[in-house]
Design a protein around this ligand. Sequence first.
Ligand SMILES: Cc1cc2nc3c(=O)[nH]c(=O)nc-3n(C[C@H](O)[C@H](O)[C@H](O)COP(=O)(O)OP(=O)(O)OC[C@H]3O[C@@H](n4cnc5c(N)ncnc54)[C@H](O)[C@@H]3O)c2cc1C
Length: 439
Amino acid sequence: MNIAVVGGGASGMMAALAAAEKGADVTLLERNEILGKKLRQTGNGRGNLSNEAMGAQYYHAQDGARIRRWLEEFGTEDTVAFFGGIGVLVHGRDGYLYPRSDRAEDLAECMRLALGDRGVRIRTGALVKSLWPGTEGSVQGTPAEKKPESGKEPGTGWTIRFTEDGQTIEASFDRVILACGGMAAPKTGSDGKGYYMLRQLGARITEPLPALCALKTAEEAAEAAGVRALGTVRIYAKEAGAQGAPLPIGKATGELQLVKGAISGIPVFQVSGEAIRLLNKGEQVTAELDFLPGMPRQAWEEALRQRCRPGRTLLQLFTGAVNGRLATELLKEQGLAADRSAEEVLRESPEKLFMAWLSVKGWKREVIGSSDFSAAQTSTGGVPLSDVTDSFEMIHFPGLYVTGEMLDVDGLCGGYNLQMAWTSGYLAGRAAAGEVSEL
Ligand SMILES: Cc1cc2nc3c(=O)[nH]c(=O)nc-3n(C[C@H](O)[C@H](O)[C@H](O)COP(=O)(O)OP(=O)(O)OC[C@H]3O[C@@H](n4cnc5c(N)ncnc54)[C@H](O)[C@@H]3O)c2cc1C
C-alpha cells in the first residue's frame, strides 16, 4: 500500500508511524522545514500529551459515543505504551501527562527518529496545494474541475500536487491521509489549507472558529489589567430577544487572568469553545467571575460588616481578600474612588459599596468575541464526524482519510487535543495500511 500523509504535525506523524508499522510504503509531506512545529510548543514547551482522566465528556463533538469507542481503541494507556516504544518515558502531574524530560521538543524528535527507523520518506518544505481522485495528471483540467463522483469505487488512488524547492510535482498514491491541522496558531503551518483542498473537492466543512482562547468583553476594566487570581468563571447564554434568565452553559475554576478588554487563563479557555459557538449563532453571552470560589456569598457579605472599622479607606476593606487592582476596578465601576473613607461612603451611598463588594462573588462581563486564531490553542469546527467512518476515511471520498484537528472535535485543555490527534492518527494510519478496524 502506497500512502501519502499530508501534514507532519502530531496526528500526521502518528498516522505515518502506524501505517508504516503495518508495512505500508509511506511518504510524509510537511510544508515547514521541521516536523511538529506546533507540537514542539505544546504545554508551555513541556508537551502535555494526554491525561489520566480520559473520556468523551472532555470533548465537544457531534457524537460522544464514537469518541468513546475511538478512545477505547486507542486511549491514554495505548498512547503511553506507544511513546514508551519510541523512547519517550511519560510521567504525570495531577493526572496531566508529559514526557519525562518535560520537553515537547522530545516528543517531536522521538517521532521523527521513529519515522526514519520505519522507513517513512519525509519530505519537508513540501506544500500540498491540491488533490483529486484517480491517478491521472491534472494537465487536462484543474483539480477543482476534476470533482469526484460521490460514492466513487475505492482502490483507484489519489493524486496530489505539491511544491518543493520551487518545483511543482504531482504524485499518485493508493491512499491519502490529510493531517493539516485546524486553523489555530497558523504560523505553525495550520492555516486552513486542508479545509480549502477539501472544499475544492466538494466536501462539507463546519465553519472553523477559535477555541481554547481568551474572551473579549464589552467592558475594558483597565484598572484590573494584568491581575491573575484564583476564581471561577461561569458562562450564561440567552437567545437574542428571548424572555427569562440566561441559561448556564459552562463553568471552570483555576487561575483567571484579566486583560484590558478581555478575560483569559485556563478556566476561560475551558469554557471558550461553547461561548464562541453560541456567540456565532447570535446568542447573548455573559461571563460571571467569582474571585472567592470557596466562600459562601453570605459569609462574604458578613465580612463587610467586620471589616468596616473607623479610619479605613474603601480599598483597605478588600485588603487581604482580593487583589488591590481588582478591588480598585470593582469600586470604580460603581463610581467610587478607592482612597475614599469607607465610613463616609457607607453614610452617603452604601448601595454602591455593597454592589462593589458583591461583585467579588459575581463580576458580570458581556462577552462580545474571542481572540483570533493566532492566539487560540485549537479550533472548533472542521470535517463533520458524520462524514467520516470509524477509520477516519471520508464516506464520500474512499481512500481519503482525515485526522486530528481537521475533524470537528475539540477537547478541553489538559492533553485532550493531542490525545485526539494520536487516536485519530493511529486508527487512520492503521486502516489506510489495510488493517481492518474492529470498531
Ligand atoms: C500554543 C499551543 C499549545 C498547545 N498545548 C497543548 C497541550 O499541551 N496539550 C494538548 O493536548 N494540545 C495542545 N495544543 C493543541 C494541539 O497542539 C493540537 O490540537 C494538535 O497539534 C493538532 O494536531 P494536528 O496534527 O491535527 O495538527 P498540527 O499539529 O497543527 O499539524 C498540522 C501540520 O500540517 C502541516 N500542513 C498544513 N497544511 C499543509 C499543506 N497543505 N501541505 C503540507 N503540510 C501542511 C502544518 O505545517 C502542520 O505541521 C496546543 C496548541 C497550541 C497552539
